[in-house]
Design a protein around this ligand. Structure first.
Ligand code: SF4
Length: 187
């Protein structure tokens, strides 16, 4: 996992290899030029785990946030926490990306976009999001069935299988695992 991803590839990688939770946050960030704290943590640490270097991470968040709050305020209020996530500030802890279990147990409030879509989206939203990933018909109904039975990671695993055309025997338990298994198949 010494792989690196570069800034210019993020949107394309999101389409091919990000799990739904991370696609959703990228969409919302592009749309609103902002993500609340929970989203910045969940998505920021995922990108770090996927191999986005600190300098690229700062450029990535600055490009969006500066459209909303201005680059000066970005540098003053938000850049610190990004460096912090990379262990460059404060206690210099190198923070690890969140597991599915942690993300599923989050309690996103109004205006939050973090969490697990299989757990936190309403049925109609989830169906529409899966349709946008190209999942429909029997595969979609199987996924919705797992969701009804509260097997969110199994639902995500079935989505992986439907969108990659292969079986994923290990099952999905981490967004960065989803990403790296996808990249293994596509590269
Ligand atoms: Fe993300 Fe894990 Fe939920 Fe899949 S199961 S959407 S990887 S949190």
């Amino acid at each position: 996992d010494a792989a690196e991803i570069s800034l210019k590839d993020i949107d394309q990688l999101a389409k091919s290899s990000f799990p739904l939770c991370m696609r959703h946050m990228l969409d919302k960030l592009r749309e609103n030029h902002h993500l609340k704290h929970g989203g910045r943590m969940q998505f920021g640490l995922f990108l770090k785990g996927a191999g986005l270097k600190l300098e690229d991470a700062l450029a990535f968040w600055r490009a969006e946030f500066s459209q909303k709050v201005g680059s000066e305020r970005f540098d003053k209020e938000y850049a610190y926490s990004i460096r912090h996530n990379y262990g460059k500030e404060g206690k210099r802890t190198d923070y690890t990306p969140y597991s599915c279990q942690k993300i599923i147990s989050a309690t996103p409030g109004v205006g939050d976009h973090h969490g697990c879509p299989y757990r936190h989206f309403g049925e109609e939203n989830l169906r529409a999001a899966l349709n946008r990933m190209g999942v429909s018909g029997h595969a979609l109904e199987e996924i919705m069935d797992k969701v009804k039975n509260r097997h969110y990671q199994l639902a995500c695993t079935l989505t992986f299988e439907a969108t990659h055309g292969v079986s994923c025997d290990s099952g999905i338990n981490h967004p960065n695992q989803y990403f790296s298994e996808s990249q293994k198949i596509l590269q």
